[in-house]
Design a protein around this ligand. Structure first.
Ligand code: SF4
Ligand code: SF4
Length: 395
C-alpha cells in the first residue's frame, strides 16, 4: 500500500444497508480494523498514495464516535479475533482517538503505522500495548531524507531508540522501495546491530520507477538479500517478504488457512479500512473509488470485499501463484480490470517480474533443506511470525 498513480473510477450507485450480503462479509476468524484516525500528515513524502484522488488532508476529524464503532463491532465482528491498526495520515496526530479505542477495547491487539516523528510523545501506557509498530523509512539517511525531508532519518532513528524499550511488541521498518539505486547495505543496516528494528518489510513502489536498468539493479540487491537469508540456519535474517515466501513455498496450506488462499495483504478477506468519516474500504490506496466502498460505521453495514481476484487477472496462469496469491490486488485491479495499460506495463508487470525472480532465486537455494537444518526458534518465526498479520507479506 501507500504508493500509487492516479486512476479514475466511475462512481457506482451508493451502497445501502439492504445491499448487504447474507454471507458473512469477513472470511475467516480474524479481522483487522485499520482506523484512519486522520487524513492529515505532518510530512510530505513525495510518493504518498493518499495524494491520489486528493485523499490526503481531506478528512481531518473523525465523524463517528466510539459507541458507534462498538455497535458496528458487536454487529459484524462477533466472535472474531480483532486487531486494530492505527493508520492515517499520521495517526499520532489524533492521539485522543487512539487512547480512547485502546481503553474501550482492551481485549484487542493494536498496531501503529507511523512516520515515527511524533512517537516519543505517546504515553508509556499506549506504547506498552502496541503489538507492532510499523515505522515508515525508505532506506538509509540520504534516501529517506530525499523522500521525506531533511533530518527525518535521524529524527526517526532517535525517536525509535528512545521508545524501543517501552514498546510492548515488535518494531518493523516499513520501506517503500522506490529508488532503483537503493543499495543492499542501506536496507541491511536497518536490521543490523544497534538498530531499533526487529524486522524489515518492504514493498516495491507502485509508481513508474521501473524503466532502464532499474530492474537489474533491484535484482542485484535482491540476490544479496536472499544470499544472506540462506547463509545461516541458527539466526533469522528478519526480512518479512523472504520469510513469507519461504513459508508459503514450504507450507502452502498456511496461505489457505490464514487468507482462504487469497491475497496476503488481506484486502479480499478481512481488512477493513475505516475512513475518518466512517466509510469502509478494503484497500487504503483505493479510498477515492466509490465502487470499492464496502461498509459504513455510522450506517452500521458491511458487505464482502469487492476487491477480489478475477478472470481478467493473470495470476492463475502464473508460476508464482501458489505462493504469491496475487500480491497487490490494487495493482492487478487497476492494470487488468480497469485496463490502465500504461500502469500495467510500467508498474504491475515489472513488479510481477521481480516477484517471479525472487521465487526462482529462493528455489535455487533449496529452501526445504535450509528449513530442515534451521534451529527451532528460526523455524517458529518462519511459520508463525506475528508480523505476518500486520503487513502485506508480499513485497
Ligand atoms: S491491494 Fe493490498 S498490497 Fe495493494 S495497496 Fe491495497 S492493501 Fe496494499
Ligand atoms: S507474480 Fe503477479 S501475476 Fe504472478 S501471481 Fe503474483 S501478482 Fe499474480
Amino acid at each position: 500500500m501507500h504508493t500509487a498513480t492516479p486512476i479514475h473510477f466511475s462512481p457506482a450507485a451508493p451502497n445501502t444497508e439492504n445491499q448487504q450480503s447474507d454471507r458473512n462479509p469477513i472470511v475467516g476468524g480474524r479481522v483487522e480494523l485499520q482506523l484512519l484516525t486522520t487524513l492529515k500528515c505532518n510530512l510530505k513524502c513525495s510518493y504518498c498514495s493518499l495524494g491520489v484522488g486528493e485523499v490526503l488532508g481531506s478528512q481531518v476529524h473523525v465523524e463517528y464516535d466510539v459507541d458507534q464503532l462498538s455497535t458496528f463491532i458487536d454487529t459484524h465482528l462477533q466472535g472474531k479475533v480483532v486487531y486494530v491498526t492505527f493508520y492515517g495520515g499520521e495517526p499520532t496526530l489524533n492521539k485522543p482517538l487512539m487512547l480512547e479505542v485502546m481503553r474501550r477495547f482492551p481485549r484487542f491487539r493494536f498496531q501503529l503505522q507511523t512516520n515515527a516523528t511524533l512517537i516519543s510523545k505517546l504515553p508509556d501506557e499506549t506504547l506498552g500495548r502496541l503489538s507492532n509498530v510499523l515505522a515508515s523509512i525508505d532506506g538509509g539517511e540520504a534516501t529517506t531524507d530525499a523522500y521525506r525531508g531533511r533530518g527525518i532519518y535521524r529524527q526517526v532513528m532517535k525517536n525509535l531508540r528512545e521508545v524501543r524499550a517501552k514498546v510492548g511488541g515488535s518494531i518493523t521498518a516499513r520501506v517503500t522501495w522506490g529508488n532503483p539505486d537503493t543499495t543492499f547495505e542501506e536496507l541491511d543496516q536497518l536490521v543490523g546491530e544497534d538498530t531499533p528494528f526487529d524486522y524489515l518489510y518492504w514493498q516495491f513502489v507502485a509508481d513508474q520507477q521501473y524503466g532502464g536498468d532499474s530492474l537489474p539493479k533491484r535484482q542485484a540487491v535482491l540476490v544479496q538479500m536472499i544470499d544472506k537469508f540462506f547463509s545461516r540456519t541458527d539466526v533469522l535474517y528478519p526480512l518479512i517478504p523472504l520469510m513469507g515466501m519461504v513459508r508459503n513455498k514450504l507450507f502452502p496450506t498456511r496461505a489457505q488457512e490464514l487468507y482462504a488462499g487469497r491475497a496476503q495483504c488481506r484486502v479480499s478477506t478481512h481488512l477493513l479500512n475505516v475512513m475518518p468519516n466512517g466509510e469502509i474500504y478494503p484497500c487504503p490506496d483505493l479510498l477515492y473509488a466509490p465502487d470499492m466502498k464496502m461498509g459504513d460505521i455510522k450506517g452500521n453495514w458491511l458487505k464482502p470485499s469487492p476487491l477480489q481476484l478475477s478472470s481478467e487477472m493473470p495470476c492463475e496462469r502464473c508460476e508464482a501463484y501458489s505462493w504469491c496469491r496475487g500480491n497487490c490486488m490494487k495493482n492487478l485491479y487497476n492494470g487488468y480490470v480497469k485496463q490502465d495499460v500504461q500502469y500495467r506495463s510500467n508498474v504491475v508487470e515489472p513488479i510481477c517480474e521481480l516477484i517471479r525472480f525472487m521465487g526462482r532465486e529462493i528455489d535455487q537455494r533449496k529452501p526445504q533443506a535450509w528449513f530442515e537444518q534451521a534451529t527451532l526458534p528460526v523455524r517458529k518465526q518462519i511459520m508463525d511470525c506475528e508480523v505476518y498479520e500486520y503487513v502485506e507479506i508480499m513485497p
